[in-house]
Design a protein around this ligand. Structure first.
Ligand code: HAM
Length: 420
């Protein structure tokens, strides 16, 4: 029979023990990120993976690459155009409007898969995970500092090296429009020297030319107008304040050429990049989007947010940070006795902080203990025929050099297990 393969650019995540496997790092990163988000008093939100295609056209923008070229959209059985979400912000705002929560402030986090039909390469997938934060209902000021503080906490917690946060300010809606006009006027006479991709950007989404990888375009852009000349001095001051408050934790660079690929941004924008990542060097991005809620039919809800690309982020982690829960191991030496399963069940409910791995197959005691050591277990609980008869267990200390093993009655075992 022919085998069925996964779709291009979509990963199966499973820890198969291979050293280069990204999965354990992804799982551990998600666990730690959840904890950091709850330390900042953010509330979890889960929105559907499928949404009305119009949601993304009206938020991310139908001229953006994400919607124009990369969206997975199709008609459902009722001929309605639906799309797999390419990002999380639009769904969060849609949900807030629908629940009539757009008159108050919210601090939200989410984690889940996103889909973009991109050309797969290292760090770029067609299905990837994002962990995002959205701070809704607060105008520019404190939330900018809070979001950079969250990013710095993440960088500190994971001890990330060789990374920096680029920040910029796109000004108000009219500042952004005036800058765009000036940029187009400047580039028009250089049209003959632009490649097809940049020419297309010039007519559809001129700000994106600033992201061009073409060296000739970058050369032309050296004398182009800068957003710096179109925004208020207070915006420049805020960029400088953010840099001076956090630069002892992570390198922060003001980059006036930073524009983002989604249409909803206005004001403060940022991206975190790492020199360890290669071509796809941005592992996190975000910014302020004060008009998205009203553009989607809700009230004015000034907001800011960010999303981390989990696969790229996990690839930056050296080792999996071990979680500090204790592991014990229940070894049943003889036939897989029902009584031993009951003991395991009772132990698990007595102390939920301990991971208890029960040997499910028949193997020699030696092989089972080898597996316990491989799993970094602290204890092995051995129940053989003799122990089953006398209601006892052998309690073996696997990591304590001064103790080897002792016999416990079942009651003693329960008491000890509860106390650790
Ligand atoms: P974004 O910059 O499009 O922003 O995506 C955020 C992160 O997702 C990127 O920095 C990258 O790490 C990861 N990412 C994007 N595309 C791919 C891909 N094809 N494969 C692997 N990773 C990828 C947003 O999505 C905004 N919603 C962020 C935001 C939240 N802004 C405000 N609130």
């Amino acid at each position: 029979m022919d085998k069925i393969h996964s779709l291009t650019g979509m990963l199966d995540l499973y820890n198969d023990g291979d050293r280069d496997n990204l999965s354990p790092k992804i799982f551990e990163a998600e666990k730690v990120l959840r904890r950091i988000f709850s330390n900042y008093q953010l509330n979890e939100m889960r929105t559907p993976a499928l949404e009305d295609t119009d949601l993304f056209k009206r938020s991310v923008g139908d001229l953006s690459d994400i919607v124009n070229k990369e969206i997975y959209s199709f008609n459902d059985r009722n001929d309605k155009s639906i799309a797999l979400r390419p990002e999380g912000t639009a769904g969060v705002i849609r949900a807030i409007i629908e629940k009539k929560l757009d008159q108050s402030a919210h601090k939200i986090w989410y984690l889940g898969p996103m889909w973009r039909y991109e050309r797969p390469q290292k760090g770029r997938y067609r299905q990837f995970y994002q962990a995002g934060v959205e701070i809704l209902g607060y105008p520019e000021g404190a939330p900018e500092f809070e979001i950079i503080s969250i990013i710095c906490s993440i960088i500190e917690e994971f001890n990330l090296k060789n990374c920096s946060i680029k920040i910029n300010h796109l000004g108000s809606k009219t500042d952004k429009e005036s800058f765009c006009e000036a940029l187009v006027n400047y580039l028009e006479p250089h049209k003959d020297n632009l490649d097809i991709k940049d020419l297309e950007r010039l007519s559809r989404n001129p700000l994106r030319i600033l992201d061009s990888k073409n060296e000739d375009t970058q050369f032309i852009l050296r004398d182009a107008p800068s957003i710096k000349d179109f925004i208020d001095s207070s915006s420049i001051q805020m960029l400088q304040d953010i840099r001076s408050q956090f630069s002892n934790i992570c390198s922060i660079e003001i980059d006036y050429s930073l524009v983002r690929g989604l249409d909803y941004y206005s004001g403060f924008v940022f991206e975190a990049v790492s020199s360890d990542l290669g071509a796809q060097n941005s592992f996190l991005g975000g910014g302020r989007y004060d008009h998205l809620c009203s553009n989607l039919g809700g009230r004015d809800l000034p907001s800011i947010g960010m999303a981390i690309g989990i696969e790229r982020f996990a690839s930056l982690l050296d080792t999996v940070i071990p979680s500090n829960r204790m592991t014990s191991f229940l070894v049943v030496t003889s036939n897989l006795e029902p009584k031993a399963y009951k003991i395991a069940h009772q132990l698990r409910s007595l102390n939920k902080n301990i991971i208890l791995d029960l040997q499910l197959s028949e193997a020699s005691l030696k092989a089972k203990l080898r597996r316990a050591n491989k799993n970094e277990a602290d204890y092995a609980i051995i129940i053989g025929d003799e122990e089953l008869k006398t209601d006892t267990v052998i309690f073996k200390y696997l990591k304590d050099e001064n103790k080897n093993q002792e016999t416990f009655s079942i009651d003693e075992l329960f008491r000890f297990y509860k106390s650790i």
